[in-house]
Design a protein around this ligand. Structure first.
Ligand SMILES: Nc1ncnc2c1ncn2[C@@H]1O[C@H](COP(=O)(O)OP(=O)(O)O)[C@@H](O)[C@H]1O
Ligand SMILES: [Mg+2]
Length: 227
């Protein structure tokens, strides 16, 4: 297998509307190796979320290739695709996508429950991960009773518990105060030691500086800035 966890070749994505085409990614090439924390920066509308959604296999490229852990993702069966997502890729969405009818604890437990782990085991582990994001005192709250920043931390815990090789985070610290974004980021930094890839779209320059390197997305092109 190649040393890269993610390989992107000539990835092209456009959105077609009734009377216009929006070209978002213009033949980008990128190889990402494990054990790195990588920041993605770029102006609003430059395609950061689009790229992360394509890597999470939630959307399809217009043209081009994405391989994840050596699997070419263009001609996978639904089953195989779902298995790759479940076992290898987690995403923290820009709007945190918590399930409103479930408590914080249950939301965090979901990635384990869908892998057929026992309910009690999943809840125990979920509590541990909520404590890691400083939410041990909110485990039985429903999303609507949590602040934006707290909801974001629940979403982060839900991603961390999955312990996947690939972690995609779309402006994960956008709703967090200084202390909580520092805490969350230092947790991400620990994960890269476990040979994961953590890809974070962020506007936070200070946090981007702590990444191994930064990718800048401008006018459909991607450029490595440092490192
Ligand atoms: N489903 C969609 N249909 C049409 N246009 C879209 C869709 N999703 C995103 N876009 C457009 O693609 C561009 C990139 O969006 P996005 O990836 O969300 O940027 P960013 O996350 O960098 O702010 C924007 O111009 C946006 O309006
Ligand atoms: Mg976005």
């Amino acid at each position: 297998m190649s040393k890269f966890l993610i390989e992107i070749k000539k990835l092209y994505k456009q959105f077609e509307n009734r009377n216009s085409n929006i070209k978002v990614l213009n033949d980008i090439n990128l190889n990402l190796e494990p054990g790195k924390l990588i920041a993605i920066v770029g102006p609003s509308g430059s395609g950061k979320s689009t790229l992360l959604h394509l890597l999470a296999l939630l959307d399809k490229p217009t043209r081009g290739k994405i391989s994840i852990l050596g699997y070419s993702t263009s001609n996978l069966s639904e089953n195989k695709k779902n298995q790759i997502i479940r076992d290898h890729v987690s995403i923290i969405f820009q709007n945190n996508n918590l399930l409103s009818d479930f408590t914080a604890l249950e939301n965090v437990a979901i990635p384990l429950i869908i892998r057929n782990k026992s309910y009690n085991y999943a809840l125990k582990k979920a509590e541990k991960f909520l404590k890691k994001v400083n939410l041990g005192h909110r485990i039985n709250h429903f999303p609507s009773d949590l602040s934006g920043g707290e909801q974001q931390r629940v979403a982060i815990a839900r991603t961390l518990i999955a312990e996947t090789k690939i972690i995609l985070a779309d402006e994960p610290t956008g709703n967090l105060d200084y202390k909580n974004s520092q805490d969350v980021f230092s947790y991400f930094l620990k994960l890269k030691e476990k040979n994961k890839i953590i890809l974070i779209a962020t506007h936070n320059r200070e946090l981007a500086k702590k990444a191994d390197y930064t990718l800048s997305l401008v006018n459909g092109n991607i450029k490595r800035l440092n490192g």
